[in-house]
Structures are given as C-alpha cells and as structure tokens.
Write a protein that binds this ligand. Structure first.
Ligand SMILES: C[S@@+](CC[C@H](N)C(=O)[O-])C[C@H]1O[C@@H](n2cnc3c(N)ncnc32)[C@H](O)[C@@H]1O
Length: 222
C-alpha cells in the first residue's frame, strides 16, 4: 500500500485536474462511478434532509442529492479544492439548483461543524485519498444526527489473488503520477463505524473487477 499524498499537494492535484476530472474518473471506473453515486443518494437521502457532501468535488453527487431533498432540503458541498468547487458551482447554477446548496472549503479530517448537525452525510470516492481513512469516516459519523444516515462509496481491494496482484502492479506504475491515481487507495472503514455504533442498512460491491468499490449506507442509532 502506498503512502497517502500530503493534503496540500493533493488539493493542488485536484485543482489542476478539475476540468477533466469527470471525464477521467468516469473512464477509469468504466462509468460505474455514476451508478455508485445514484445508489448512495437513493438509499441515504430523504426529501427535506439537510445534507453534507464531504469531498463533493465537481458536485456530481450533490446534484443528485439537491434534486432529491427538494425545495425544503439543503446540501452543503465541502471540499479542500476550490478548483473542484468552482466547477460544482457552475453545474449547480446551470441546473437551477443554486438556491438549495452552499459551498465550503476545508479539511474533511477536521470538519468545522458541531456534532449531530446533518440528517445525511455523503462521501463518494472521497475517503479513498484521505491521509487517515478511518479518522475521516468517524468524522463524518460525528456530524450526523441520531437517526441520520451516512452514505458512502469508496475503493476496496479486488477479490482474488490474481486481480489484487494486477491492481498492485498497475497502481505501482501509476503512483508516480498523482494526476492519474488522484491519490486514491483502497481501504476499509465499515468495521470502525460499526464499532462506533453505526447500523448497516445497505451494502453492495460495484465497479470493475480490477478497481471495485463498496457502496454502503449506515445509520446512527437514536
Ligand atoms: C475522487 S474525488 C471525489 C469527488 C466527488 N465526491 C465524486 O463523486 O466525484 C475526491 C475529492 O475529495 C477531495 N478531498 C480529498 N481529501 C480531502 C480533504 N482532506 N479535505 C477535503 N476535501 C478532500 C478532493 O479535493 C476531491 O474533490
């Protein structure tokens, strides 16, 4: 497993690729990324929810969430790359959803919110590049209300020894180019969330065999 890319450098990497991010991420995941986002939003977001999209990037998941929460709901897009958030802002305006959202920059590992502020927290492909993935997932859980839902899609290791070795070899070669890997590393955060008390409502593996990801929704008990 490679070391995570330092946050300051990672934020510059994402800002530099903001305008081609959607195309690149879609191609690398054979467009299964969008299926993951749709599933997360369908399973985790309810009309009227106050939602945090952590690591919102160019806003693909936030767009779906803003449509689903309706006029009485709200979505906060949080990211440390202003370049990614600028693209998200343009997309929200173009879709007429700017009135249901706000944008904040900062580090997901230290969210500037008090405990229990959100009905739903979403993280699609944003745990993968974190320096400490488990700390990030627990930080999302902290800001969730009792009864609230955490909806996540993140990279996991491929199943089977052959696929794992192939993925390692490809990642080994690509890791020198952060603009290609986007700092993404497979991980496992669900056991830590369950130890913190989260109840799993939904769990499914998606993606291409060599770069699979896990989609899950977990509830914070009342
Ligand atoms: C792979 S992109 C995912 C974007 C989006 N959620 C999606 O579904 O396409 C990861 C995003 O997480 C952001 N990110 C990574 N580490 C972060 C951190 N520590 N704090 C805030 N944002 C971070 C990056 O800037 C990037 O926009």
């Amino acid at each position: 497993m490679h070391d995570a890319i330092a946050p300051e450098r990672l934020s510059r990497v994402y800002t530099a690729l903001a305008h081609r991010y959607d195309l690149q991420h879609g191609l690398l995941t054979a467009h299964s990324d969008e299926r993951g986002r749709r599933l997360v939003v369908e399973q985790a977001v309810r009309p009227g929810d106050k939602v945090l999209d952590a690591g919102a990037g160019t806003g693909s998941t936030s767009l779906l969430a803003a449509e689903r929460v309706g006029a009485s709901g709200h979505v906060t897009l949080f990211d440390f790359s202003d370049g990614m958030l600028d693209v998200a802002r343009q997309r929200m305006q173009a879709r007429g959803l700017a009135g249901r959202v706000d944008f904040m920059s900062g580090d997901m590992l230290a969210l500037p919110f008090s405990d229990g502020m959100f009905d739903t927290v979403l993280s699609t492909y944003s745990i993968c590049p974190l320096f400490d993935q488990v700390a990030g997932a627990l930080e999302f859980y902290r800001v969730l209300k009792p009864g609230g839902r955490l909806g996540v899609a993140h990279s996991v290791s491929p199943e089977g020894r052959f696929m794992r070795r192939l993925a390692d070899a490809l990642e080994g070669a690509a890791w020198r180019y952060p603009g290609i890997t986007m700092g993404c590393r497979p991980g496992s955060v669900l056991p830590a969330l369950e130890r913190a008390g989260a109840r799993v409502l939904f769990e499914r593996r998606l993606g291409v065999p060599i770069f699979p990801f896990l989609v899950f929704v977990a509830e914070k008990p009342v």
